[in-house]
Design a protein around this ligand. Sequence first.
Ligand code: FES
Length: 68
Amino acid sequence: MYVCICKKVTDGQIRQAVAEQRVRNLRTLRRELGGCDQCGKCAPDAKQIIRDSLDESMGFATCSPASL
Ligand code: FES
């Protein structure tokens, strides 16, 4: 699914880049994938995907209230 429509960056690309330790925040996402540098509407979603991917890579499960 496209997260950044302006630069055609998908959630899969972001997750892959985090797994490869190329992306750790929006600044490195912009540098590595070129996304989130035009309208900025994708920034909140991109940030959340980065955060979730970092948690998963560190072994932390993301809990939602429904899973408690
Ligand atoms: S949707 Fe990502 S910069 Fe516009």
